[in-house]
Design a protein around this ligand. Structure first.
Ligand code: ADP
Length: 217
C-alpha cells in the first residue's frame, strides 16, 4: 500500500484522492475549506483542514513519509507556488503539481518538481483521440510516436488470421496479446484466427497503426 498526500480538493484533487483511496492506498486530503473536508472525511484515511501556504502546517503533516505529494490547487497560483516552495524546503522529493496557466507551468519548471500535470489539456488530447479513433479503447504512449493500443475486434474481422490483418504493416505493427473472454493469449502466432469480441493489444508507430484503421472499423 502506497501513501499519497493530495493538497487542494477541487474537482481534480478530489477525484484523484478518492480514486487512489479506492485503489487501496493510504490517502490524506488537505484543503482549507471545511465543507470540502467534510465531504471526503469518510472516504480517505485522513482529511485535514489546513492552509498549505503555512510552512509550519506542512511540517506537522510529516509529508516526507509519503510516496508522493500532489498539489492540486489550480486557480490560486500563488498558493500553489508557495506550497511547492515549502515542500521543496522540507525536502519532499516526489512532488506532482497541477498547472493552470503557461506562467504557472514555467515557474513550476524552474522549481524542478517531479511532474507538472495539465488535466484539461491531457483530457482534451485523449478525447480528440477517442473521437478520431473510436475503435481504440485504451492506449499508452511509448514515446517516439509509438503506441500500445487496445482494440476490440469487430464482426468483419471474424475468421481473419493475424497475418491477414497485419499483412500491410508487417514488422511495423505487432500483436502483443489477445484476450478472448477471460483467457489471455500472449504473443499470439500469426495464424491465430480472430473472433468478433476478441480484444487485441497492438504496438507500433502511429503511421502504421493509422494505416490499419479502415480494417478495424
Ligand atoms: P479544480 O479546478 O480542480 O476544481 P481549484 O483550483 O478550483 O481546482 O480547487 C482547488 C482546491 O484547493 C479548492 O478546494 C480550495 O479550497 C483549495 N485551496 C485553495 N487554496 C488553498 C490553500 N491555501 N490551502 C489549502 N487548500 C487550498
Amino acid at each position: 500500500m502506497a501513501q499519497y498526500a493530495i493538497i487542494g480538493l477541487g474537482r481534480f484533487g478530489m477525484t484523484l484522492a478518492l480514486q487512489l483511496a479506492k485503489m487501496g492506498n493510504d490517502v490524506i486530503g488537505v484543503d482549507n475549506e471545511r465543507k470540502v473536508i467534510e465531504r471526503v472525511a469518510n472516504s480517505l484515511s485522513h482529511a485535514m483542514i489546513a492552509d498549505v501556504t503555512d510552512e509550519g502546517v506542512l511540517k506537522e503533516l510529516s509529508l516526507d513519509y509519503y510516496d508522493a505529494v500532489v498539489v492540486a490547487i489550480g486557480e490560486d497560483m500563488q498558493a500553489s507556488l508557495i506550497c511547492v516552495v515549502h515542500l521543496k524546503n522540507l525536502g519532499i522529493k516526489n512532488i506532482w503539481v497541477k498547472a493552470t496557466t503557461e506562467e504557472h507551468h514555467l515557474i513550476l519548471k524552474s522549481l524542478d518538481v517531479s511532474r507538472i500535470i495539465h488535466p484539461e489539456e491531457e483530457m482534451g488530447i485523449r478525447t480528440a483521440r477517442a473521437l478520431h479513433y473510436p475503435m481504440v479503447r485504451e492506449y499508452m504512449t511509448l514515446g517516439d510516436r509509438q503506441y500500445v493500443v487496445e482494440i476490440p475486434a469487430v464482426e468483419k474481422l471474424s475468421g481473419s488470421s493475424l497475418a491477414d490483418l497485419l499483412s500491410e504493416v508487417k514488422n511495423q505493427v505487432f500483436c502483443l496479446l489477445i484476450k478472448r473472454r477471460e483467457k489471455l493469449y500472449p504473443s499470439p502466432h500469426e495464424q491465430f484466427v480472430i473472433e468478433c469480441g476478441d480484444v487485441l493489444i497492438l504496438a507500433g508507430d502511429r503511421p502504421s497503426l493509422t494505416k490499419l484503421v479502415p480494417r478495424l472499423m
